[in-house]
Design a protein around this ligand. Structure first.
Ligand code: LR7
Ligand code: MN
Length: 580
């Protein structure tokens, strides 16, 4: 099994691409997709099937088999039909040297034809599916910054060669202020042979998200189809996407994203039945629908898959609907998190996100972005995700904050959110709770980490509140005075009040809560930076030394004391713990 994301071994966190692999490992590989051996399907001849109505289905026709590469000029060229390519022995150094131009095998990318054939990887039955004759037209929007020449060309050729021409209004190449010379004059010249290709040059670096918005602004088609600039669209990819949007303009349709291997440039198909999901703190990943669920529900390979979130790069959306939704939050910077934002917005505001198995597009997965970030990459992604969390996650945003070391605690400026929050109100979008209940019920999202009575393990006595001061009493699960919540952002809450140490006296009492106040934060169990020998202790870390909550039953009091792993009166347990 080769993961769809090639960055499995990468150690960096937070950016969706990389964090995904972390999630992969964390969930024991549950999130990974796998390569399936390409079956040598017969390459049936016939380039362009005519636009015939199916007599029994007036107004519809079979998905057009548009693929001018089916009988390629040079069937033996390297990489032809998506075959893996080997770097010739004498060229290893050159290939190594050129890797960093795109963080994939640029040498091989240049070697294989820009219009190579790939295998038709669609599940059986796709070619027979019917779509409407009057599908909307689409503008293909491809943003790029310093993209590898051959990869960019192959992306464009794959669209031109495998899409019904009448559906492509234009291909908009949005140059996000690239620095490479070949992407200027040479690209203009090359693309001038294709009347449908337009190049839009941005005057400064916009970042992927605002570059897409610039593309959308210039698009004249009914539907926007976004693609990365290192893809290969497969046979019949477009009509099934447009059909979904045609059926309901609030459907956002994504192709199955297949793998163009970064090392040998082979085109690899992926396992069926994969949904786009996320794990905390909002890391995108894939999760396979369990075989028993597939069997029980009779799900077919060709059935559309509803997805809690989209990968981000490849999708079709009705243009007017995209604007109705307020497009992307334009406050999102450069790269990352925009897929979460659009996904939550679509679902919570009345739309749907789907993967269409009969539409397949290859994408070069790579370990790292080959271009530079105007600001720190981690901070950029983090800031974007915080914006998304603050606008869309309601009380569940604590799960996001609680699952990462978030810079917001260190005064990260996320900008103004008023417009985005107002947009959510104006669109009358549903709550995140609704999203969890209806769209992503299998996400583990308990609003608190632990709750109920807080028991001193050695004494068997419980924390209780007497006038705002914490005392130790006989446990009584039915008493409101003994009810606490341990939140994801590490507050110990009693109703709307929060537990705090009283500095001079070493006692504990309640204070008004404030998620950002580090003086209210307690470490319990395996939160980040926690010392394993202190598991079960409740530690307060805002003094020079660590202080632990300690019980004293003869005095029925609680106090703060120097942490001691051997001290039984420092061991505490909440009544219930939740997995998240
Ligand atoms: O500043 C930038 N300006 C750009 O124009 C940064 C990037 N870009 C272009 C870039 O040239 C590329 O064509 O934007 C496109 C996406 O950038 P990638 O290819 O570096 O991103 P990615 O494939 O690593 O990451 C995924 O997540 C991104 C940010 O959240 C975008 O949503 C990408 O579109 C998205 N890619 C996919 O969904 C393909 C499948 C990957 C997965 C999972
Ligand atoms: Mn990409």
């Amino acid at each position: 099994h080769i993961p769809r994301n090639q960055s499995k071994t990468s150690s960096s966190l937070l950016a969706p691409q990389r964090a995904m692999s972390q999630a992969n490992l964390a969930l024991g590989g549950e999130l990974h997709s796998a390569r399936r051996n390409m079956t040598a399907k017969a390459q049936t001849a016939g380039h362009q099937q005519s636009h015939t109505n199916a007599p029994e289905n007036p107004g519809r026709h079979r998905v057009l088999r548009v693929d001018v590469t089916l009988s390629p000029r040079d069937p033996n060229a390297p990489g032809q039909f998506g075959r893996p390519v080997v770097v010739p022995p004498g060229k290893k150094e050159e290939a190594d040297r050129r890797w960093k131009e795109g963080n994939f095998n640029v040498y091989l990318s240049d070697l294989i034809p820009v219009d190579r054939a790939i295998e038709d990887t669609r599940p059986a039955g796709c070619a027979e599916q019917l779509v409407h004759n009057d599908l909307p037209t689409t503008s293909i929007i491809m943003c790029f910054v310093d993209e590898v020449w051959s990869a960019l060309l192959r992306s464009v050729h794959s669209v031109l060669n495998r899409s019904p021409p009448h559906l492509i209004k234009e291909i908009l190449l949005v140059d996000d202020f690239s620095t490479k010379d070949y992407l200027k004059g040479n690209l203009d010249k090359y693309m001038s042979q294709f009347p449908k290709v337009r190049i839009l040059r941005l005057k400064e670096r916009h970042g992927l998200i605002r570059a897409r918005l610039a593309g959308a602004q210039n698009a004249t088609g009914d539907v926007l189809t976004f693609l990365d600039s290192h893809v290969e669209c497969n046979v019949g990819w477009l009509e099934p996407l447009l059909e979904r949007v045609y059926l309901n303009r609030k459907k956002v349709a994504c192709p199955v994203i297949e793998v163009i291997n970064d090392k040998d440039m082979s085109y690899m198909t992926v396992d069926n039945f994969q949904r786009g999901v996320f794990t905390w703190p909002m890391n995108f990943g894939w999760r396979t629908i369990p075989p028993d669920v597939v069997a029980r529900n009779g799900i077919k390979e060709t059935d559309v898959i509803r997805c809690p979130v989209m990968a981000g790069g490849l999708f079709s959306i009705d243009k007017s609907y995209f604007y109705e939704l307020g497009t992307y939050d334009p406050g999102l910077d450069v790269w990352g998190g925009e897929n979460m934002e659009l996904s939550f917005k679509v679902w919570m505001c009345g739309g749907e996100i789907e993967i269409i198995p009969c539409s397949r597009v290859g994408h070069i997965f790579r370990n790292d972005n080959p271009y530079s970030f105007p600001k720190d990459r981690m901070k950029t992604v983090e800031r974007n995700l915080v914006r998304v969390a603050e606008v869309w996650l309601d009380e569940y945003k604590e799960l996001f904050y609680g699952h990462g070391d978030h810079l917001i605690d260190q005064g990260l400026d996320v900008g103004n959110l008023t417009q985005q929050r107002e947009l959510r109100k104006k669109l009358k979008c549903k709550s995140f709770k609704w999203y969890l209940d209806n769209v992503f019920p299998d996400l583990k999202a308990p609003v608190v980490r632990a709750s109920g009575v807080l028991v001193n393990v050695a004494l068997g006595k419980c924390v209780s509140i007497e006038n705002t001061t914490a005392t130790l009493e006989d446990c009584d699960g039915s008493s409101q005075l003994q009810q606490f919540n341990y939140s994801w952002v590490r507050l110990i809450k009693h109703g709307e009040q929060c537990m705090a140490p009283v500095t001079d006296q070493g006692s504990l009492r309640l204070q008004p809560c404030d998620n950002r106040d580090s003086k209210l934060k307690w470490l319990h169990k395996s939160t980040s930076g926690f010392r394993p020998e202190l598991v079960d202790h409740i530690v307060f870390e805002n003094y020079q030394q660590l202080l632990c909550m300690e019980g004293n039953f003869s005095q029925k009091t609680l106090k703060m004391a120097t942490c001691n792993p051997m001290e039984p009166y420092q061991k505490w347990k909440f009544e219930k713990y939740y997995e998240g």
